[in-house]
Design a protein around this ligand. Structure first.
Ligand code: HT7
Ligand code: ZN
Length: 848
């Protein structure tokens, strides 16, 4: 197969004037009758064949303007020669048969727990009917659903219904990837929202009967999102109804189909007993994200899938802003940077590195990545920093005015910023076109009251891009005097050259720099800093992000030294941590983040960057050793904080309560190193919510006394799928390295390991891949087990298989033996005779 190339984009030769679909639902033989109006597209003069995408469809009949015809069908669609088409507009009619029940790939129309549902992004609509399945073809849709099931939903507004049928009309032209249909025996939780212009919108969340009491948080999040988008961006909802449906079998988190969002049930259903604080926060964020797509994605969509970041980067940025406003902005920023570094930096530094706007793909589903989403959001954060709040608002207003109803590009996006602010963004565009994370080296000079910072940027070659030109990097800097007072408040330096100096005059003493405040650009700062300076910033920096960053860097330095020479951990670092822990002026959630040690994966990457092959078992051991040393030295304040942070009374998912629980559990995890699991056992017995139950269970497993609690947890929750996902996950995440593969094997044989369910598969295999020392155990047993399961899942669900193959993306970091073991597993996968295109592309790229 040939890759799809950005450079080869051409508009579709026809416009679609309207789509009418009738669905006669039956599990193994659904009939889809399509009536589609086509007209010649003036952007592609001349006569053209009609090419329609279509996969896994059985064509029953086809006609153009009522005249039956037999088009040529291949594995990817059908063609009607230009000669068989009228010169002007025409109507295409086709009836096809599809098999929702046999659709295990969960793309197109499929069944989940007796209900019909769809997933059409990116290219799933072509599994429903023959159609130009590309985002720049937009049309109004009218849908009739015929079924005995009581609830029949599609996009837009309900326009008619009768016994066994319902009709929906979506007046807003949309690309096929936003099409949705749901049919099932569902219960609704309802509310309403009055928009800023006074229109009443009926809101409903549809779930299985019995799950209604786990919907209020999602509904509340939706209402807050609708309000926020009006206040922050002036964006109002544009239909009479907004429906959300929760489904158990879903490949990703959720989908922003116009007026009918479909969600993975884990991102809707939450109660204090079944969901953790992290689940609540994630639900709030994803409900907001999908809702915000109504403007950034649906009203303005992407011209082609290369422009995916246009909607995803912007919508992630918007949901991050929303969460910052709802919760604590500094804590949210730290969380986002932790995610970015853990997922996107890892991607950008390995064989899967690609630009925020890629320029070639075999399978677009493989490009729903941390680079497109999270780095895409960072790029928008940089733009906002460069043009300021007002410039950003003007640019966004212009974007919505100019492009409403369009299928737009990154060029269009940058142009509105240029037009609204007068800036030239030609160099900035490199953030979209060039892969790789720039490294920023820093040197300082201090002479006669003048302090000069010199930065040098370098980006290592990435696949297909050997040479990198300098990028625009906004570097937010503040300067502190030796007393800890801020003498230069946050200033954004605009770096545009490979090497560039910035001078600060009139200072009375050599300052301490606080660099890259708020993580103002997605780069790695390379600067050798003395522990004393880091401790100074940890104590005095006014920028909360950099305060946390200083503690993080200290912890990392200590750990890297311990790993290198087995020395005892640094007491100064632990005492600095102790001061932070005891500082009650600091938000508990912030203190919890400061107590969290750098991950083993992060340490492995740091060692690799320094030219050393990481030893996962040794890293694991030294990280534990540091945790033990912290617990011993800070036992008294940790125990006091553990007691003080209890949240008695009714559970509230608000940020302040969640922060207290996070700090309490961070203390528990450390104390667990020295109390043999006693506190965890007590907490497990008393826990009044899932945050504490799950946290205590993890500690008990770590302490080697998890068996009884693990069994009790299962007994208590075996009827709740989402909680049993946690049960699988916790056991694997916390298994000892030499027992991880065996634990995975045992759990895979458990009758509840319903491996065709993506959440369950991810709970087990995802957690195995995330247990760094266990996954990379020198025996290679985990590698083998993991590869076996990828091969088993591939014919059933290629999308999930391909995505999960990324567990192997870091293979080049490790020693020769591990490299050989991983490469052998990857080539075993690659040589499988009927490997999917999805997994083939990923494994080929990973092998390099
Ligand atoms: N825009 C949605 C992406 C998505 C998706 C992509 C490929 C395969 C399945 C999928 N499900 C959802 C979700 C979002 O980012 O908002
Ligand atoms: Zn999205």
């Amino acid at each position: 197969p040939q890759p799809t190339l950005l450079a080869e984009y051409q508009p579709y030769p026809f416009t679609v004037t309207g789509v009418e679909l009738t669905f006669r639902l039956a599990p193994a033989a659904t009939r889809v009758i399509a009536k589609i109006g086509f007209a010649p597209n003036p952007e592609r003069p001349g006569r053209h064949d009609l090419r329609l995408d279509g996969e896994t469809l059985t064509l029953i009949s086809a006609a153009v303007d009522g005249r039956p015809l037999s088009p040529t069908i291949d594995g990817a669609g059908l063609t009607v020669p230009a000669a068989a088409l009228p010169q002007g507009p025409f109507t295409w009619e086709a009836e096809v048969e599809i098999d929702p029940k046999g659709n295990t790939a969960l793309e197109g129309l499929y069944m989940s727990g007796g209900m019909y549902c769809t997933q059409c992004e990116a290219e799933g609509f072509r599994k429903i009917t023959f159609y130009p399945d590309r985002p720049d073809v937009m049309a109004p849709f009218k849908v009739r659903i015929e079924s005995d099931l009581p609830v029949l939903l599609s996009n837009g507004n309900p326009t008619a219904e009768g016994e066994g049928w319902a009709e929906w009309t979506d007046p807003w032209p949309k690309p096929a990837y936003l099409f949705a249909l749901v049919a099932g025996d569902l219960a609704a939780v309802r509310d309403s929202f009055t928009t800023m212009s006074g229109r009443e919108v009926d809101l409903a969340i549809w779930v299985r009967d019995g799950d209604q009491d786990r919907c209020p948080y999602a509904m509340d999040s939706l209402i807050r999102s609708m309000k926020w988008d009006e206040e922050a961006y002036g964006r109002e909802y544009d239909l009479d109804v907004f429906n959300i449906v929760a489904v158990d079998d879903f490949n990703m988190g959720a989908m922003e189909n116009k007026g009918l969002n479909i969600f993975n049930s884990k991102l809707v259903l939450a109660s204090p007993e079944t969901a953790t604080d992290a689940d609540f926060e994630r639900i709030e964020g994803v409900i907001a994200h999908e809702y915000f797509h109504n403007w950034t994605g649906n009203r303005i969509t992407c011209r082609d899938w290369f422009q995916l970041c246009l909607k995803e980067g912007l919508t992630v940025f918007r949901d991050q802003e929303f969460t910052s406003d709802m919760r604590s902005a500094p804590v949210k920023r730290i969380d986002d940077v932790l995610t970015l570094r853990a997922r996107q930096f890892r991607e950008d530094m390995g064989p899967l590195a690609h630009p925020v706007r890629p320029d070639s793909y075999f399978e677009i589903n493989n490009f729903y990545t941390a680079t497109v989403y999270e780095k895409g959001a960072e790029v928008i954060g940089m733009l906002k920093r460069l043009v300021g709040e007002d410039g950003y608002r003007r640019a966004l207003d212009l974007y919505f005015d100019r492009h409403d109803g369009d299928a737009a590009t990154i060029e269009d996006w940058l142009k509105v910023f240029e037009d609204a602010t007068g800036r030239d963004l030609a160099q900035f565009k490199r953030w979209y076109t060039d892969a790789g994370t720039p490294r920023l080296a820093v040197t300082e000079d201090w002479q006669d009251g003048a302090y000069t910072l010199t930065f040098t940027q370098k980006t290592a070659p990435t696949p297909g891009q050997d040479v990198k030109a300098p990028r625009v990097i906004p570097i937010a800097v503040g300067l502190l005097n030796p007393n800890g007072d801020e003498v230069v408040p946050t200033t954004v330096l605009e770096m545009t050259k490979a090497t560039q100096s910035f001078r600060f005059d009139g200072l009375a003493a050599r300052p301490v720099p606080s660099l890259l405040r708020g993580f103002s650009a997605p780069v790695v700062l390379d600067r050798a800093v003395e522990p004393a300076e880091r401790a100074f910033l940890l104590a005095h920096d006014t920028d909360p992000f950099n305060r946390w960053e200083a503690g993080r860097a200290l912890a990392k330095d200590v750990l890297i030294t311990m790993i290198a020479d087995g020395t005892d951990p640094d007491g100064g670092f632990i005492d600095a941590l102790g001061r932070l822990l005891a500082d009650e002026t600091l938000d508990p959630a912030f203190r919890a983040l400061c107590l969290r040690l750098p991950s083993e994966d992060d340490l492995a990457q740091t060692l690799h960057d320094a030219g050393r092959a990481p030893d996962p078992a040794h890293i694991h051991g030294q990280r534990k050793r540091l945790a033990t040393a912290i617990a011993r030295r800070l036992e008294t304040p940790l125990a006091a904080t553990y007691a003080a942070m209890a949240t008695p009374g009714a559970f509230s998912p608000d940020a302040a309560s969640a922060g207290r629980r996070a700090l309490r559990l961070a203390c528990l995890a450390l104390l667990n190193r020295i109390d043999g699991g006693d506190r965890a056992a007590a907490l497990y017995n008393d826990a009044g919510n899932m945050t504490e139950s799950a946290g205590a269970l993890a500690c008990l497993i770590e302490a080697g006394r998890g068996e009884a609690a693990t069994n009790a947890f299962y007994e208590r929750w075996h009827e709740n799928r989402l909680v049993i996902d946690k049960w699988f996950m916790i056991q694997l995440l916390h298994a000892a390295p030499d027992k991880t593969a065996a634990t995975a094997e045992r759990l895979a044989a458990h009758p509840d390991f319903d491996w065709k369910n993506p959440n369950r598969f991810r709970a087990l295999l995802g957690a195995l891949g995330a247990n760094h020392a266990g996954f990379h155990d020198a025996s290679g047993a985990a590698y083998r087990f993991y590869a076996d399961w990828l091969l088993k899942l591939d014919p059933v669900n290629p999308q999930i298989t391909a995505r999960m193959s990324t567990a192997f993306e870091t293979w080049a970091r490790y020693d020769a033996d591990r490299k050989a073991l991983i490469r052998a597993e990857l080539s075993r996968i690659l040589h499988h005779p009927s490997l999917s295109r999805d997994t083939r592309e990923m494994v080929t790229r990973i092998l390099g």
